[in-house]
Design a protein around this ligand. Structure first.
Ligand code: GLU
Length: 314
């Protein structure tokens, strides 16, 4: 069946994702599970899930799509959406909007560019966004968790304290970035406080099903199509999608645009979420990562999804 496009008036997404799960199964033991955060090292590389949520309110799942995992950098999309909605263009005085061309946790570029991170999805930029969350919210951790719960329509979503602690104990590079930002005057809160909230946001535990549902507002101009909740404005949704397209996949943004052709965001927990504006969002999870830090099987699964459906933004 491989190589053929599934064509139908109405896409049979269930059939398509089941076919993809079968196609990528030989890749599941090929990637490396992230081990620099010790709490993530023990996750089984054989896990694989896909969930598709459509703007019509349907949800299709296969594999381990209901199992929770550590969303890690996928959380940067939620914090960005919260901050853009709250402070608007003021954010861009502190963070850029260009792909970095450097590792997501690099310190070098931050020095050259005088403490203004290239974009909100590299760690330095995400720390600035988290700093804004702390400035704007009375109880940032509760408010962020509630924001994510509302987007996902699931009130059981929470932080995984063991993952947050594990990262706190080993996150020397993130601590260096936070202090570096502070030295440039681009962090208003105490670096320890910013890191604490940052590690917690990364530790949010969600399933593919939760994530596909939670990103649906980005496929629908900022409004949750299921309950009509305005998560952010049309302009902000367009901008978040643009940032995911250009900066969402570590050093493989070009490769992802080439092979998948959708705005997306990945995390070292092995999750990738992509958005097809006007139609759907899709979340995949496979913990084995490629050398760029993106889920190996997840990347392939999304490539097959746009191949089999003949749909992309291009
Ligand atoms: N918490 C991870 C870190 O800061 C997130 C990395 C990621 O998923 O890109 O290193």
């Amino acid at each position: 069946m491989a190589g053929k496009t599934v064509k139908a008036g109405i896409m049979d997404y269930q059939k398509i994702i089941e076919r993809i799960a079968e196609d990528v199964s030989p890749l599941l033991d090929k990637g490396e599970v992230a081990s620099y955060i010790p709490a993530l090292a023990g996750v089984s590389p054989s896990k694989f899930g896909i969930a598709v949520a459509t703007v019509r309110g349907e949800c299709f799942t296969t594999g381990d799509a209901s199992e929770c995992f550590s969303i890690q950098s996928l959380s940067k999309v939620f914090t960005l959406a919260m901050v853009m909605d709250r402070i608007g263009d003021a954010l861009w005085e502190r963070v850029g909007r260009e792909a970095s061309g450097n590792p997501f946790n690099s310190l070098v570029q931050l020095e050259y560019e005088h403490g203004r991170p290239r974009n909100p999805f590299i760690n330095a930029g995400a720390l600035v966004v988290t700093d804004c969350i702390i400035l704007e919210n009375h109880d940032p951790m509760r408010d962020l968790r509630d924001f994510v719960r509302t987007c996902a329509g699931n009130n059981t979503i929470g932080y995984d304290e063991s993952v947050a602690l594990s990262e706190k104990e080993t996150g020397h590079r993130n601590a260096a970035l936070a202090h570096f930002l502070k030295s440039y005057g681009n962090l208003y809160n105490d670096p320890g406080r910013v890191l604490d909230v940052y590690y917690h946001q990364c530790s949010l535990s969600m399933s593919c099903k939760d994530l596909a549902r939670a990103f649906l507002f980005l496929a629908n101009g900022g409004t949750d199509p299921v309950n009509g909740n305005i998560v952010c404005g049309l302009r902000q949704a367009k901008r978040i999608n643009a940032l995911m397209q250009t900066c969402g996949l570590y050093d493989e943004g070009g490769e992802f645009a080439f092979r998948v052709g959708l705005p997306g965001k990945s995390g070292v927990g092995g999750g990738i979420v992509a958005v097809m504006p006007g139609e759907l969002s899709i979340a995949v999870w496979s913990p084995g990562l490629n050398t760029a830090g993106n889920s190996l099987a997840g990347f392939k699964a999304l490539e097959l999804f746009t191949t089999y459906t003949s749909k992309s933004i291009f």
